[in-house]
Design a protein around this ligand. Sequence first.
Ligand SMILES: Nc1ncnc2c1ncn2[C@@H]1O[C@H](COP(=O)(O)OP(=O)(O)O)[C@@H](O)[C@H]1O
Ligand SMILES: [Mg+2]
Length: 323
Amino acid sequence: MWVEKYRPVKLDEIVNQAHVVAGLKELIKAPSEMPHLLFAGPPGTGKTTAALCVARAVLKDYWRDYTLELNASDERGIQTVRERIKIFASYSVGAAGVPFRIIILDEADEMTNDAQTALRRIMEESSRICRFILICNYSSGIIEPIQSRTAIFRFQRLEEGDVVNHLAYICKSEGIKNFKENALALIYKISNGDLRYAINILQTAAATGEISVENVERVAGISNKALVADIVARALNGDFNAAREKMLELTKVYGMSEQDFLKYAFEEINRLNPPNLDKIAESIAKYDYRIIVGANPDIQLTALLAELVQLGKDLAQQGKKGK
Ligand SMILES: Nc1ncnc2c1ncn2[C@@H]1O[C@H](COP(=O)(O)OP(=O)(O)O)[C@@H](O)[C@H]1O
Ligand SMILES: [Mg+2]
């Protein structure tokens, strides 16, 4: 995976995020005084990368053993944090020169307020032996008492020049000579400043042909199609919330147009070929029309997903009757 291969290991290698990098470099000059940190910003902009860079810089050779990466949105998140810290605390002395352990808690804004309150207590009780780096998309999802006890760093979507330069650098490192600048610009446009997504498109394009506009369009189309197919499958399985969340991510975060979403959804439903295909085709046409004439696309696509949930139920019912 190129996203891992080209993940920066030093703060200085991070693309842009200049004020974040400058602030962090300042903080780690005196590691023992480093506060807890809160990284906020859109996906694929370097938050996890920066957290790992800080861990490397502060803990040096010991960083692997003294860094814990957890996902807070995992249900057992807070439980795990508590248990791990107990284990940390039971070590009498750390390795020479290791001032504390670092706990990187991703998706911290997905935690309930209760869990965050518990986390805040844990942060205070363990501050002698642990520093937390909390990562979130929106700092507003973090309770105020935690915000006020952390140094907050805001990551920005990367700009076209940064993304294109970085992709060109990867192409050169991979020995790809005839990549097209306009193809890289298109990748930037599709990825909307998410460097993880951009690198993934680049790698897929390189694996299946050249880095040209046509191939990038094809590759992005394929992967977008697969993403929409997944959303359709979720809706048909009755998982409305997940389907809606992923639909919003695709259209809002990744910038897929609502019309493309409908097109891919229709292709997928066609492929599945359910008994009442005619009815679904009709309703997709209806939503397509409404979006074209300017209806709120979120509401329209959400209504479509709700119809698919109902369709899934009907199909399951018919299946039962058939048996
Ligand atoms: N600012 C950046 N500089 C260099 N690479 C980046 C940057 N942001 C993202 N990347 C690339 O994308 C991948 C994912 O980045 P990550 O730090 O995990 O993003 P997130 O902000 O979602 O935590 C990295 O492995 C790296 O290849
Ligand atoms: Mg991350």
